[in-house]
Design a protein around this ligand. Structure first.
Ligand code: GDP
Ligand code: IMO
Ligand code: MG
Length: 432
């Protein structure tokens, strides 16, 4: 039995969904611990594609319970749509397949409205406009509405009034028109009636399963560099995306976690604003985007693409206490010609001193001023989608992976060479 945390090791979209789906074969429970429908996790099984936003990516495996952890922010309408889609595919047939943490916060229409209005202002962050930031602001400001409140409809009018009182002036200030309390309330009552039977004490449930010796997979969303505390602030999301968030976002203590697997693409991508020092502009970036089909699973935005940044990966290794690394999209680098890997940065500190560092600086101003230090690495031309044994990979691809291992000090436990389940080499399984 094992409890395994899966986290993104870069700026999101590393292929967490694929790896979670794969590992769920050995899990009894899969629990998302943070974020909301800003996530888009893609699963490709038997050629059929499915994108999950709120529901854990373990949903394809029968008999596995999917839990929306208390650290999440849940848009009831988006959740119902996702549930309907999954039910139409023959999944989530039993009410017990899904449990929604009663302490997870509700994303209200005012949150999505504020997020969208802010995105029209100068200096926008390029959010997913799913209301994530404003919903976490309500939570931390102790004005939020929780999923458990939907089970107590008598509370809702006062809670809605309180939230709207504070939000309405802001919405007007941003040039929008606030919805009325009656509109919000009617919508919440409708959603409460449809979701009520799935809402419960997720923290106690997950703990109970662990005590029974069951295996729990904690599914991270976003990536280490988008972490609210430790990422490239302010170009981050509003939740704890690193392994510590698996504990705070589910109510499970750190001593219950057996391993932390970081998922990293063989190169770098990012959607939204903020500096990406290894970004490739022009043709080279476009080739990667094309080859990797790098368009957002949630918003469809083209992802910014660039060389692998091992100096950024080292930050993710440190922040997550990573025990293993899964490298995805290795296939995409085939045919790209000679490759580069960023192994460090030349950083100028506030006193004007220049030094070489082995980690990406995290302050956006420092990032812009830093100079990436590259190592040239041989590329390979062979198509690797069909390769199933590490020994059958081109020598240069094997060397690329070994170099990542040597530079990060973390064992590579999985290699992915395509979106499908079979297009994977499991080197070492995290479940004992
Ligand atoms: P997530 O948010 O971390 O789950 O990742 P996304 O689903 O947003 O983006 C990853 C994309 O890459 C999806 O379209 C996956 O189907 C795809 N993908 C995952 N692993 C591989 C791989 O090894 N090779 C290729 N070519 N595509 C992959
Ligand atoms: P998954 O789980 C990639 C980015 C947004 C924006 C910033 C803030 O699929 O890897 P937000 O809407 O969270 O307030 O946006 O974070 N972002 C992601 N980028 N993958 C994600 O999720 C992301 N979730 C948020 O693009 O830059
Ligand atoms: Mg994604």
């Amino acid at each position: 039995m094992s409890n395994v945390v899966i986290v993104g090791a870069q700026w999101g979209d590393e292929g967490k969904g694929k790896v979670v789906d794969l590992y769920t074969e050995h899990a009894d429970v899969v629990v998302r611990f943070g974020g909301g429908a800003n996530a888009g996790h893609t699963l490709v099984v038997n050629g059929e594609k499915l994108v999950t936003h709120l529901i854990p990516s373990g949903v394809l495996r029968k008999g596995v319970r999917c839990v929306l952890g208390d650290g999440m922010v849940v848009h009831p309408g988006v959740l119902l749509e996702e549930m309907a889609d999954l039910k139409a595919r023959g999944l989530l047939q039993d009410d017990k397949d899904l449990l929604i943490g009663e302490k997870a916060h509700v994303i209200l229409p005012i949150h999505t409205l504020i997020d969208g209005l802010r995105e029209q202002q100068k200096g926008a962050l390029g959010t997913t406009k799913r209301g994530i930031g404003p919903a976490y602001e309500s939570k931390v400001g102790r004005r939020g509405i929780r999923m458990g409140d939907l089970l107590r409809p008598e509370r809702l009018p006062a809670l809605v009034e309180r939230t709207l009182d504070e939000a309405a002036p802001l919405i007007r200030h941003l040039g929008g028109t606030p919805p009325t309390a009656a509109e919000i309330l009617a919508d919440l009552e409708d959603k409460a009636a449809r979701l009520g039977r799935y809402i419960g004490d997720a923290a106690r449930y997950v703990y109970g399963e662990i005590r029974k010796g069951r295996s729990v997979l904690f599914e991270g969303a976003q990536g280490a560099l988008l972490d609210i505390d430790h990422g490239t602030y302010p170009f981050v999301t509003s939740s704890s995306t690193t392994a510590g968030g698996a504990c705070s976002g589910t109510g499970i203590g750190p001593t219950e976690i057996d391993s932390v697997i970081g998922i990293a693409k063989a190169y770098t991508t990012r959607v939204g604003a903020g500096p990406v020092p290894t970004e490739l502009e022009g043709d080279a970036g476009a080739r990667l985007r094309e080859a990797g089909a790098e368009f957002g699973a949630t918003t469809g935005r083209p992802r910014r693409c660039g060389w692998l940044d091992v100096a950024a990966l080292r930050v993710a290794v440190r922040l997550n206490g990573m025990t293993g690394l899964a490298i995805t999209k290795l296939d995409v680098l085939g045919g790209m010609g000679p490759l580069k890997v960023c192994v460090g940065y030349q950083v100028t500190d506030a006193g004007g001193r220049v030094e070489d560092r082995d980690e990406l600086p995290l302050d956006p101003g420092d990032i812009v001023a830093a100079r990436p230090i590259y190592e040239d690495v041989a590329g390979w031309d062979a198509v690797t989608r069909e390769v199933r044994e590490v020994a059958d990979l081109p020598v240069a691809a094997r060397k690329y992976v070994s170099r990542i291992e040597a530079l990060t000090g973390v064992e590579v436990v999985l290699l992915s060479v395509g979106p499908g389940r079979a297009e994977t080499m499991v080197i070492k399984h995290p479940f004992r």
